[in-house]
Design a protein around this ligand. Structure first.
Ligand SMILES: [Zn+2]
Length: 460
């Protein structure tokens, strides 16, 4: 069940985009294995039940694909996502503080949106034999800008927790599984936002060391339904070490095989009911009867562990060309090796988003995403906040006229928060570094206890 990372192999196989770091742990564990083991303990008939369920889903997916091709339905489904960053101050600092976290979130959203829309640049590496199977999920992940209480949110919250880590198999709150303590404020974590309407992602430190993440599947009865996967625990927990995409070498990314943001892509697949192409878990037999319930992913005898083999890779379950689809996002190959979902996987995921699916309410309230842009006219403008110089080049000063803002967001012309500042107590004159921002027009939004203000800033 361990993903062995071999530094020497990584050096050869990462397409030159990721350099191995000598301090990296040499194993990553997928939380999914723990989850499947638990399902089997709870339900002695789990395997048989799962095969039956997968057969039914596969039939529906086939019908979906045929209808989709005939109707050319390509509307992108937009879903709100919220990140709960639950870390000690030391670990928040390791990620570069608030600014570093905001940057990782943006890079993570970018990776998700590329991989779930068949728009990843490294898709050119997909072998010609598999290219016709390159699937487009048609899902756009957008930061949720409306919190459950109706207030504005940048789409994430940073909780400075006293707890150093959360265990994948124990806890004091909720089910005690899959880092449940991270999902409750009362146990040092952060309460979920309505998990039927928001995709909740908890970014934290997971024990045992090396667990990349774990995504809860839709609560089908065979998994134990909402007893095993209560609604208030649904979502994804991801290790802060594998969060976001590495954009420069100074960032903290200790897991060599997890530098391209694909841990969350993989766990998001589980959240939408995808399995590994090699079957239920890494603990399977190798008789090739174990499948993922997807018609166009070839059988695979065992995971491709944290490396990027040469194409074609033949094994005992796929003996003939083109062999196994080791570049699939649901395999265990290195982040920089995983470049595609298949069309069958895309259909299976979309069944969960369609009416009657377990994730169908995610698209029900666009207001959770667009709260900011739709309510901008109602914002109380406090002319006492001044921003200077304006236009500005590398930096500007935000003077809140003796008031202390709870937060200051710098928002680009797409409505995206590109930088957030949380002023210290009594800090009413704030220095904002603009040197990392693209030139353009921004809105500086200051949120106070009762009001908020917006000021236009020209950055050139
Ligand atoms: Zn997995």
């Amino acid at each position: 069940m361990y993903k062995q990372i071999t530094t020497a192999l990584l050096g050869i196989c990462t397409f030159g985009t990721a350099m191995a770091q000598s301090s990296a742990p040499n194993t990553i564990i997928d939380g999914w294995d723990v989850l499947i083991k638990k399902c089997e303990q709870n339900n002695p008939n789990f395997r048989a039940d799962l095969y039956e369920l997968n057969k039914q889903i596969e039939q529906k997916a086939e019908a979906y694909m045929q209808a989709n091709a005939a109707n050319k339905t390509t509307a992108v489904k937009e879903v709100p996502i919220v990140f709960h960053i639950v870390l000690t101050q030391t670990k928040i600092n390791q990620l570069g503080g608030t600014a570093g976290i905001a940057e990782r979130i943006q890079s993570q959203i970018d990776v998700l949106n590329k991989d779930f829309n068949a728009a990843n640049a490294d898709s050119v590496l997909i072998p010609a034999a598999f290219k016709p199977l390159y699937g487009n999920m048609g899902i756009k992940f957008s930061l949720a800008h409306k919190a459950p209480d109706g207030s504005y949110s940048p789409g994430y919250e940073i909780i400075t927790s006293a707890k150093t880590a959360f265990d994948i198999q124990s806890g004091t709150k909720g089910t005690g599984m899959y880092c449940s303590d991270a999902k409750f404020t009362s146990s040092g974590g952060a309460d979920a936002w309505d998990t039927k309407k928001y995709i909740n992602v908890w970014v934290t430190d997971i024990t045992p060391m090396g667990v990349g993440g774990v995504g809860t599947p839709p609560p089908y009865a065979i998994y134990g339904g909402t007893t095993q996967f209560p609604w208030n625990e649904q979502g994804i927990v991801i290790s802060y070490m594998a969060f976001g995409k590495r954009t420069n070498s100074s960032q903290y990314f200790p897991l060599d095989a997890a530098v391209a943001g694909r841990t969350l892509v993989h766990e998001m697949g589980h959240y939408f009911n995808l399995f590994h192409p090699f079957g239920m878990s890494t603990m399977d037999n190798k008789t090739c009867t174990d499948d993922d319930g997807v018609s166009d992913t070839p059988l695979e005898s065992a995971p491709t562990q944290s490396i990027c083999p040469a194409f074609p890779l033949l094994d005992t379950c796929s003996k003939k060309f083109p062999g196994v689809m080791y570049m699939n996002h649901m395999d265990y190959s290195a982040d920089t090796c995983r470049t595609m979902f298949s069309k069958g996987q895309a259909a299976r995921v979309n069944l969960e988003l369609a009416g009657g699916g377990f994730r169908d309410q995610l698209t029900s309230d666009p207001g959770l995403i667009y709260w900011w842009s739709s309510s901008v006219e109602n914002v109380v403008v406090n002319s006492e906040v001044s921003v200077y110089p304006n236009p500005a080049t590398d930096a500007c000063t935000i003077n809140c006229n003796n008031a202390v803002a709870k937060r200051i967001d710098i928002i680009n012309n797409l409505g995206q928060v590109v930088h957030t500042i949380v002023p210290a107590a009594n800090e009413t004159i704030i220095h904002a570094d603009l040197s990392n921002l693209a030139k353009g027009i921004y809105i500086i939004k200051c949120t106070f206890a009762e009001t908020m203000t917006t000021t236009k800033l020209m950055h050139y």
